[in-house]
Design a protein around this ligand. Sequence first.
Ligand code: SF4
Length: 704
Amino acid sequence: MRDETIPTHCPYCALQCGMNLRGVRQPDAAGTAVEVVERPDFPVNRGALCGKGRTSPSLLSSRVRLTEPLIRSHATGRLEPATWEEALRTIADRLRRTREVHGADAVGVFGGGGLTNEKAYTLGKFARVVLGTSQIDYNGRFCMSSAAAAHGKAFGLDRGLPFPLEDIPRTGCVILVGSNLAETMPPALRYLTELKENGGKLIVVDPRRTKTAEQADLHLAPRPGTDLALALGLLHEVVAQGRTDEEFIASRTTGWADARAAAMAHWPELVERITGVGVPELREAVRLFCDAPSAMVLTARGPEQQSKGTDTVSAWINLCLATGRAGRPLSGYGCLTGQGNGQGGREHGQKADQLPGYRKLDDPAARAHVAEVWGVDPESLPGPGRSAYELLDALGGDVKSLLLMGSNPVVSAPRAAHIEGRLRSLDFLAVADVVLSETAALADVVLPVTQWAEESGTTTNLEGRVLLRRKAVDAPDGVRSDLEVLGALAGLLGHEKGFPADPEEVFEELRRASAGGLADYSGITYRRIAEEDGVFWPCPEKEGDRHPGTPRLFLDRFATPDGLARFVPVNHRPAAEEPDAEYPVLLTTGRVVAQYQSGAQTRRVDELNAAAPGPFVELHPQMAERLGVREGEPLAVVSRRGRATGPARITTGIRPDTVFMPFHWPGEGRVNTVTNPALDPTSRMPEFKVCAVRLEPADRGAVA
Ligand code: SF4
């Protein structure tokens, strides 16, 4: 590592906390270790980090990281060390052979929301230009697609937050729906604390009384899968109390009559029966929200990861529009993105239906623009492919070979045992990762790739702020970057040019590809990002002048053709799987503070593993008493798809009809074995957040 302190960003979640990395020479001459130093000048986290960010360098020098390619031996069936040339040639040969025998769409590509913008862009280009396949999607589909779809419908543009986080403490009221910031991104909790210190009100909607919900002025705990009815009930009450903003509705929106009619069919007593949230609480929420001079609704995975996630988010947006809480300073709807590059990863082409700049793959003008940047015939670009779960479900069927980067679907996909089986049934699987994840362990070829501090690249945080992670340390021998891998494979597959390994060179091309698109990065450069602590998109290039970037969207007009926001009429419908006699309990899932997503990285950090060594089954004392379950007793949570086990954790902080499990672990504790892959019809988001289960003490028969 160089001598100076290097400013960069955390490798984990979408907050993308700023941190400084510094080299520390080891006393035993064992080289230089990297340590995290506070970076108080970065506005998003002002120096604060959670345990994941603080310990993030430990994986750089971890004994468990991969430092040489592996190829599965025909003789032993085991992954054996190989040279880079052997590994890359094997991948290129197998992908080429799959194409020749079964056609281009028999090759699949699966990416991740943690990949930098440069990697996401290059992966999409590699799939469409080198492989010619339409079969590419990524794990961000599991995390952001419902909010993105609803954003697009209502506002004509999808950016997680239409305002910077710094606006939150200055608004009058926040409704936080299905987000547990205290566990998922603790440094962001201070925005809510400051909101309250300033006299603002906080309403938290969550079936659990989380650490975040404990901060709330009002906690609404709906039955999992009923957030849509709750939002409709609130809108009904807004209308009934005469709290709509008629001037805003008339001048800034369209479609109110149909949305109003849908809401009026959801009167408070009906909503109470569906959600379990009492009418007085509904009315109190409306009072707090409407009395405030400005207000925001922020959603996260709770309402989004449902088979009606898009409609659910639309209902919350309708509430904002009807009350004039959008397109105005300190007001609006926003989605709290989850993965490190959950925002940028959804903008530059690794989604099944998308080209860089948030362009649509089925738009002829978009195809022509991007094809020109790529130097190919627009006709050569394949059309839209399958969504993430549908792609994984097709493995071993018409998709025979898969190249996977930055994802661990064996743990993170719904109905995970089935998906693990699909991965095993492939003719060929190649995985690039930093550790031997559960998915990499199934591969025919594994490529060891660089980590965040060993390469430069941009990410776009939940605010739409494009950030630069700088290279701070050299990668160990034997490791290459994802961009080097894609460039080398492109070369072996006949594309010598167009796949540079230098991230800044890729970004320069991304700027041109995104120019004129919704997510326009053309005015952003590495230099600007470094000088300005990030630049908010859209930021088009302006001749002879600097576009300032766009921290706040929609203040003058929405991004629709006529500049008006769209109300989308929606109606409540039940979850895809409701409790019945055989599976009488609701399951919901989520995260814990010391682990991140599938845990591929954080489970390998001793401090984090000690803090959160395994899954648990959280249940209410009433349910525990009814079932005769004691604290710590091993429980199995069983659905129609399989079972997951963990010790009972009994708490009054959960609804009596619901159990909760975190999803970071493989094996017996893998809750995604149990979750339901029912898809939202618009976003194709699986229903991670609700399904029907029964509980079985591990050594007894079914008890609920
Ligand atoms: Fe990293 Fe997110 Fe923790 Fe910040 S909150 S340190 S970005 S994991």
